[in-house]
Design a protein. Structure first.
Length: 247
């Protein structure tokens, strides 16, 4: 009996001014034991040598796209998703890196559990954060920014496209995760071993100050922001995702 061809997996890598880290990021993806990959890099109008570092890689699985102006990270991810050719989509930030077994193991648990969404546990300094965090906003606050760190290791089917909310300067990953839970169900398996390594380096991003303001706003300010996110999710879900249930 002829074995089915391994599915193509698209890895989406938005890059903005990460010349110090993007080489490590891509090296970890090129070295994956699972070989049928397309590594999609979106240079978001970097002003440093990030693009030069990416172009120095000779691997034919790397596809490079460049924006003429700086966009929100959510827009870059949406553009890459629309251009992806893989059966599955996964993500990696340009300053993070992966264990060489990450894609193989993550696809394995996704298929073993017959799910359309999975996560890789991540290593952050001396802590391991599991990926099964899709929960209520109040529970989410208790684990801090775990939603973002886990989102980075998500793997899901390319179709249906679950779009990122392009109206948010930050925490768009949170809204995306809630949408993904709506489409695929809240139970997403997670690898037992940490296979995704999250960078704790200082971020040089013009949207970071918005997140810092939110963290410093106190419980009342956070509560207002969570209500805003709730409204966005409820209002946009029918428009952005409702049609998926009909297919």
């Amino acid at each position: 009996m002829q074995l089915p061809d391994p599915p193509l997996i698209s890895i989406l890598v938005p890059v903005y001014n990460k010349e110090q880290f993007v080489g490590r990021c891509l090296s970890s993806l090129i070295a994956q034991t699972y070989r049928n990959l397309e590594i999609m890099v979106w240079d978001d109008a970097s002003t440093d040598d990030s693009l030069r570092v990416v172009e120095a890689f000779a691997d034919c699985r790397i596809r490079i796209f460049r924006s003429r102006r700086r966009l929100l990270p959510s827009i870059a991810r949406n553009r890459l998703w629309q251009l992806a050719r893989g059966e599955y989509i996964t993500f990696q930030d340009a300053d993070d890196y992966s264990n060489v077994f990450r894609i193989e193991d993550q696809l394995g648990i996704l298929r073993e559990n017959k799910r359309n969404l999975s996560y890789a546990a991540r290593q952050d300094t001396d802590k391991i954060v599991a990926g099964q965090f899709l929960c209520s906003p109040r529970e989410l606050l208790q684990v801090g920014a775990a939603f973002r760190k886990t989102f980075c290791s998500a793997m899901t089917l390319r179709n249906p496209l679950i779009p990122f909310c392009e109206d948010l300067p930050f925490m768009h990953e949170y809204v995306w995760c809630r949408d993904a839970a709506f489409v695929h169900g809240v139970e997403a398996p997670t690898t037992r071993a940490p296979l995704y390594y999250y960078s704790t380096e200082p971020q040089a991003d013009r949207y970071l100050h918005e997140y810092e303001k939110w963290k410093a706003s106190g419980s009342e300010g956070k509560e207002l922001w969570l209500r805003y996110l709730d409204r966005i999710t409820e209002k946009s879900r029918a428009a952005r995702l409702g049609h998926l249930r009909k297919k």
